[in-house]
Design a protein around this ligand. Structure first.
Ligand code: AFP
Length: 320
């Protein structure tokens, strides 16, 4: 839906949000996050790739870029006047901004997912999940918006407020202008992005991968969640998974910061996201840094994963 007389390429992010009747506070919040990405881009292009000398609660060394990107986003959200609470993947607890929940939003974000890929010049991204009010520990289906910014050969921004998924590109003036509207993905994949070590796959996951390969589905995996999901979304024929592993029953990826926002976006595009048995967006988080296995992308291949995992793998485990 482009404004009459305007080509879609002249529609910037704020105009697009207004055309979709998104309320002023949420429009302001999404645009502030978009503004913050410009400073993150600058830090990626010019910043120190070294270790910050600190570690997050997972015990992972925080790269200078992780810490810097986290600070940039926190500052923007703190000054936005529309945020109640924030939670960063780089922090170990929720950061209260305002005690007033009315008309405000709570934001969970991974400021620079895949940051370890920057020093080998691979694409990385910022992932954002937005809830109304003060509560962040909600099932992902309650999100009012989700978005990501992908810092690749081009900088792009993808968002949804529940009215379709839309992609914007950053132009030479560093404005985000509309590239694709109401993106949809097909029912079956022709590429797959398998996370984790293959020798730690359970028999069900192993059988699932063999089935995909026998169908001629090609392996495409960068190690960055944002570019890998972006490829599934824009190619429209993909499945990403980071399954439960023999030594990591909950997988690696975080529910609040990574899986819920991406599941929201992929479902808005007509895809699906599951932990192997349950819809990702129906999972009630029990703690902020909860991890979950994930199969996300084309609906038929997510359903097939559930056949292999939920009906065979997990039942076999429980029978042992
Ligand atoms: P980092 O943010 O620690 O670099 O991890 C990135 C990530 O969480 C996600 O972006 C990838 O999909 C996943 O890890 C890749 O994990 P493996 O390297 O184990 O495949």
């Amino acid at each position: 839906m482009s404004a009459p007389g305007k080509t879609k390429f002249q529609i910037d992010l704020r105009r697009h949000l207004r055309e979709h009747y998104v309320n002023e506070n949420l429009t302001h919040l999404i645009c502030e996050i978009a503004e913050a990405s410009k400073y993150i881009i600058h830090s990626i292009r010019t910043g120190d790739l070294g270790v910050a000398g600190t570690s997050n609660l997972y015990g992972e060394d925080q790269l200078a870029l992780d810490v810097l990107s986290d600070r940039i986003l926190r500052k923007r959200l703190d000054h936005s006047r529309v945020v109640a609470n924030i939670m960063s993947e780089e922090a170990d607890q929720i950061i209260p901004i305002s005690p007033d929940c009315n008309g405000k939003y709570s934001v969970a974000f991974d400021p620079l997912d895949g940051s370890s890929l920057v020093d080998v010049n691979l694409a990385v991204g910022t992932i954002v999940s937005i809830f109304e009010g003060c509560d962040l520990l909600q099932p992902g289906r309650n999100q009012v918006a989700a978005m990501y910014i992908l810092y690749g050969p081009r900088t792009t921004l993808v968002y949804s407020v529940g009215k379709g998924v839309h992609e914007f590109g950053m132009n030479t003036l560093m404005e985000y202008t509309l590239l694709r509207e109401n993106i949809t993905i097909g029912p079956q994949a022709n590429l797959y992005a398998p996370g984790g070590l293959r020798n730690l796959y359970t028999p069900g996951v192993e059988a699932y991968v063999r089935t995909l390969e026998e169908r001629g589905v090609k392996l495409r995996y960068s190690g960055g969640f944002v570019p890998d999901i972006n490829q599934v979304l824009l190619k429209g024929k993909g499945i990403f998974f980071y399954p439960h592993l023999k030594d990591q029953p909950k997988g690696k990826l975080r529910l609040l910061f990574e899986l819920s926002p991406m599941a929201y976006l992929i479902e808005q595009a007509g895809g699906a996201a599951s932990d192997g048995c349950r819809r990702i967006l129906d999972i009630q988080p029990t703690e902020i840094h909860e991890r979950s296995p994930v199969f996300i992308g084309c609906k038929e291949d997510v359903a097939m994963a559930e056949e292999f995992i939920c009906k065979h793998d997990l039942q076999r485990d429980s029978a042992e």
